[in-house]
Write a protein that binds this ligand. Structure first.
Ligand code: NAD
Ligand code: UGA
Length: 458
């Protein structure tokens, strides 16, 4: 079949894979190729054992794969054939040199820009899909324009707002699609080509066009605002525990104000995921580099509050279990950074597990999707840790359960059965407030929710 356009995506990760699967599904007249340097990842995208767990994704991939969706490691060939190139490589926090621990590490992204230049022989539209510091497109344009072949490249920013665990739905029904371009005739034309892709299924009023810098910065700001709400309610959860107020009641009462809204104000052991912390630290770094220290301090507090919340959770476990957890068996229910994903990047489960192991607890980690990644995260960490997919086996002889991830399967456990096989006194620390605390108390557990009065038998 002759395709009307060739789309290439460089980077077959949590964003590149699902985004291109949905574009291919909705635009059968476009050929969509996803390339990556990671051969194993590409092999899994070409199988039914996809490299990421995402509800509904396998079905979408199966429908388009081989028709107009292709996964490959042939990067040079892909670049040559492409009309439009989405760059969706990772942009982690820098771990070395200037800006270490704060700034974005742009080495993968820059390498991609050079690859595009060396393998292109005609004009292309380059789309920033990765989350990048504001004004990165300027550097990208400079690299692309330095080519001796005199090829025209238009750079467009099209940040991705999908959340893991709901990626397919978020892509099918986005709140908005944001496209930023240079305010020139060719910039506007390039933005229109990208808008035409999304127009296959996204209503026109949800496709927002802005200048390049607003699009780049909007992405960092959106993540900062979302994370800020979580840190705000988590700060209040600490106050609730001192005053016998109930943080869930507060979330409901406060969130009922339509100006505030009810989403993203559930108290937790802290936000995780590959982006919130990384993007806020990047925002902080950018602000400091412009001398805006008060602005930087303001946003940095959001991250500090998140770390405080994780530490508070561990301290509570130690204190309530009579100030020692040496050799006590503690089951972490969940390790993914949120439900419906196997992703453990920046999961609050990681610092919690490390701190509990440092106190010489005996850990059992139980998660329906994230055990493979959990093993990787804790590789090389000293201590007694076991991985168990079956929660009923995990809790045998346990002294305590700590809920890390809000998986539905944990809400539906038979807690009488769980209680019967645990050591006594049996403790539950609910880091997500997902369990029926009164019922657990009646069964005999000592229950420690977040931001609510404890329910104890002593
Ligand atoms: P990821 O690590 O899952 O995937 C990135 C992929 O790029 C990897 O498979 C890596 O092998 C590949 N890659 C790196 N350099 C390459 C090169 N030169 N050539 C070919 N392949 C290369 O990352 P991700 O979670 O998909 O995130 C990608 C970007 O999207 C980041 O900037 C992130 O901030 C942003 N983002 C992520 C999410 C999310 O939910 N994960 C949501 C919105 C935005
Ligand atoms: C987040 C944003 O929601 C996406 O819009 C964005 O595209 C993405 O980051 C990104 O740039 O990577 P994601 O991290 O996948 O998506 O998942 P979220 O649903 O935002 O959850 C992030 C963390 O916050 C999770 O650990 C979650 O458990 C926690 N959370 C969320 C809370 O603790 N309380 C809440 O009320 C909501």
């Amino acid at each position: 079949m002759k395709f009307s356009k060739n789309i290439l995506c460089i980077g077959a990760g949590y964003v590149g894979g699902p985004t291109m699967a949905i574009i291919a599904l909705k635009c059968p007249e476009y050929k969509v190729t996803v390339v990556d340097v990671n051969e194993e990842r590409i092999a899994r995208w070409n199988s039914d054992d996809l490299p990421i767990y995402e509800p509904g994704l396998l079905q979408a991939v199966r429908e388009a794969r081989g028709r107009n969706l292709f996964f490959s490691t042939a990067i040079a060939e892909g670049i040559r054939a492409a009309d439009i190139i989405f760059v969706s490589v990772n942009t982690p926090t820098k771990t070395f040199g200037l800006g270490a621990g704060m700034a974005s590490d742009l080495q993968y992204w820059e390498k991609t820009a050079h690859q595009i230049v060396s393998h292109s022989d005609r004009p292309k539209i380059i789309v920033e899909k990765s989350t990048l510091p504001v004004r990165t497109a300027e550097a990208m344009e400079r690299i692309l324009k330095e080519n001796k072949k005199n090829i025209r490249f238009d750079v467009v920013s099209n940040p991705e707002f999908l959340a893991e665990g709901s990626a397919v739905n978020d892509l099918l029904s986005p709140d908005r699609v944001l496209i930023g371009s240079q305010q020139t005739e060719s910039g506007a034309q390039a933005a229109q080509v990208i808008a035409d892709i999304y127009a296959h299924w996204v209503p026109a009023d949800k496709i927002i066009t802005t200048n390049l810098w607003s699009a780049e910065l909007s992405k960092l700001v959106a993540n900062a605002f979302l994370a800020q709400r979580i840190s705000s309610i988590n700060a209040i959860s600490a106050l609730c525990e001192k005053t016998d107020a109930d943080v869930s009641e507060i979330s409901f009462a406060v969130g009922s104000d339509t100006r505030i809204g009810s989403r993203f104000i559930s108290a937790s052991i802290g936000f995780g995921g590959s982006c919130f912390k990384k993007d806020i630290l990047n925002l902080v770094y950018i602000c400091r580099s412009y001398g805006l220290n008060e602005v930087a301090d303001y946003w940095e507090k959001v991250v500090q509050m998140n770390e405080y919340q994780q530490e508070r959770f561990v301290k509570k476990i130690i204190k309530e279990m009579f100030n020692t957890i040496v050799a006590k068996k503690i089951v972490l229910l969940g390790f993914a950074f949120k439900a419906n994903t196997g992703d453990t990047r920046e999961s609050p489960g990681i610092p919690v597990a490390k701190k509990l192991l440092a106190e010489r607890a005996s850990l059992v980690i139980c998660d329906p999707q994230a055990l493979e990644n959990a093993r990787r995260e804790l590789a090389g960490v000293d201590g007694d840790v076991r991985y168990e997919a079956d929660p009923y086996r995990a809790v045998i002889d346990a002294h305590a359960i700590a809920v890390i991830t809000e998986w539905d399967v944990f809400k539906e456990l038979d807690f009488e059965k769980v209680f019967s096989v645990m050591q006594k006194p049996a403790f539950v620390f609910d880091g997500r407030n997902i369990l029926d605390h009164q019922r657990l108390f009646q069964i005999g557990f000592n229950v420690f929710p977040l931001g609510k009065p404890s329910l104890t038998h002593f």
